[in-house]
Unconditional design. Sequence first.
Length: 448
Amino acid sequence: MFDKVLIANRGEIALRIQRACKELGISTVAVHSTADADAMHVRLADESVCIGPPSPTESYLNIPRLLAACEITGADAVHPGYGFLSENARFAEILEEHKITFIGPTSEHIRLMGDKITAKDTVKKLGIPVVPGSDGGVANEAEALACAKEMGFPVLVKAASGGGGRGMKLAETEADLAEAMANAKSEAMSSFGDDAIYIEKYLTKPRHIEFQVFGDGRGNAVHLGERDCSLQRRHQKILEEAPSPALNDEARNRVGEVVAKAMRDLNYRGAGTIEFLYEDGEFFFIEMNTRLQVEHPVTEAITGIDLVLEQIRVAAGAQLSFQQEDITFSGHAIECRINAENAKTFRPSPGLITYWHPPGGLSVRVDSGVYQGYRIPPYYDSLIGKLIVHGKTRNECMMRLRRSLSEFVIDGIDTTIPLFSELISQPDIVNGLYDIHWLEKYLAKSES
Ligand code: ADP
C-alpha cells in the first residue's frame, strides 16, 4: 500500500479522497493555488504545497509543478479526482515514468476513450450498442450531409475531444448543418486544441443512463449498476439518481453484463463510467469516462461500496475486493449538485459564505469543501457541495430529500438549493418521468 498520496485537485473531491486515504492509514498531500490557501482541503491534509497562481493552467493543470510537489513531499501516488488532469493520458504516463503511481486506468485506456470517435469504434467492436452516426470522423460538409441525410435530421455535430457539453451543436435541418459544423469545430479548437468532429443522430426524448464499472487490470471487472442523470441543463448534470426509475432488473442485468464483459476484454483497471442514452427501451453508448464521477456517491449509497477506497487498493496492485455476485443494490439514492449560482439566472455567485448549516440525520450525506467564513474564489467550477440522500424506496428518498433541502442554509451567496426545492415538488420528477430535455423545457416555461 502507498505511504503518501498527493491529491491533484481541490474542493469537495479533494476532501473525499483525503477521507479514503485516512481510513487506509495513508498520509495526504494537498496542492493548492494561491487563491485556495484557506481551502478546507488544504487545512485537513497532512501536508500542503502551493503550486502557483489562481489560473488552472498555472496550478491544478500544471504538470511540472505537480511533479515538483510529488518530489518535494515524497508522494508515491497521485489521485487526480475528476476534471483537471483526471483524463490526461500524458499526465498518467509522465507519473509512471517517474515511478509515481497514477490512481486510475492505464494511459493507453485513457487515450483510447479520450477520443470519442475511437471510443465509439472500440466499444462497438466489444458488443456495446452505440448511437447511430458517422463511421468515424467527418472531414467536410459533403460527407456530413450525406451521413445526415441517410440517418435523417435532426443530427448532433460533436467534437471528438469534447467534454462538459462543449463542442456539441444541433442541426435541426440541412440548412443548419454548415453553421453547426463551423461552430462545433471552432469551439472544439479553442477548448481542446483539436477540431476533429463527428455526427450523431439527435435523440429527441432519451434518458441519460450510465453504468459504473470497475476493473483491477488482472482480468476481473464488474458493474455496479446504473445512475440516471437525465436532469440536465446545457448538457450538464444537475441531479442524479440510482437506480433509474426507467429500468427494471432484467434490463439492468443484461446491459450490466455486456459492459462488465467489455471491461474484462479490455482488461480495464480502476473506476470507469459507460454513458448511454436510453430511448424506447434501447441503449445507445455515447462515451466512456475513465475516472471517478461527480455523482459516484449515489452508487456508494445503494451498494455500500467505497469507490475511492477501491480505486486506491486496485492502483496499489490488489485484486478487486468484490465479485459481481457480492454486489447487491439496496434502496434508492438521489444527489443534488449544490452550485454557487443564482437559482434562476445560473449566474455564478462567488464570495463570502456568512452562514453554513448543512442538513443531517439518517441516510443524509453532504460532501463539500466549504465552511462558514470561507470566501469562494471566482476562478473555478461553481460546484460547492453535493447533497446525497438514501431511502429504502424512491418515495422515502424523496421525502428525506425534501426535508434535507429545507434544513440546508447557506447565506452570503446564491445557490441552486431553491431550484431543487422547486423541482422535487413537480409531478414529473416525483413520478420519475423526465428525459434529458425536461429541465430546459421547464426553465423556459417558468421564464415566460
Ligand atoms: P460531454 O462529454 O461533453 O459531456 P456527452 O457525449 O457525454 O458529452 O453528452 C452530454 C449530454 O449531451 C448527454 O447526457 C445528452 O444530454 C446530450 N447528448 C449527447 N449526445 C446526444 C445525442 N446523440 N442525442 C441527444 N442528446 C445527446
